[in-house]
Write a protein that binds this ligand. Structure first.
Ligand SMILES: [Zn+2]
Length: 100
C-alpha cells in the first residue's frame, strides 16, 4: 500500500472526512490533522512535490552549464532532493527549444 501524505505539509496524519462530489465521480476527502487542510487523492497526484522556486532553480543551474549530476548535487546541498531525470524533465517542460 502506498503512503499518502498531505500535499500541503507532507504530514501523514489524516482522517477521512466524507466525500467530495463532482460531475464525474466522488472522491474521498481527507483532512490533514497537522495543518487542518482538506484534500483528495487527486491533489496528491497532481500537485508537484517541488515548489516553482525549486524547479526554476534546478532548471537555471542546468541552463548555466552544470551537468545534471552537478545540478542535482547543488540542489541537495540546498536541501532539495531531486533526481537527475526530474531535472531533465523540468528542463524540457519549462524551457523553450529556442532558449536552450
Ligand atoms: Zn497538512
Amino acid at each position: 500500500m502506498q503512503k499518502i501524505s498531505c500535499p500541503y505539509c507532507k504530514s501523514n496524519k489524516m482522517v477521512f472526512r466524507g466525500y467530495r462530489y463532482n460531475e464525474k465521480s466522488k472522491k474521498r476527502l481527507r483532512l490533514c490533522k497537522s495543518c487542518g487542510r482538506k484534500f483528495t487523492l487527486r491533489n496528491v497526484y497532481f500537485r508537484m512535490r517541488f515548489s516553482p522556486v525549486e524547479i526554476k532553480r534546478a532548471v537555471s543551474l542546468y541552463k548555466k552549464g552544470f551537468s545534471l549530476a552537478e545540478a542535482k548535487l547543488r540542489m541537495e546541498r540546498e536541501g532539495v532532493r531531486v533526481s537527475r531525470w526530474t531535472i531533465l524533465k523540468w528542463y524540457k517542460k519549462y524551457t523553450k527549444p529556442e532558449d536552450r
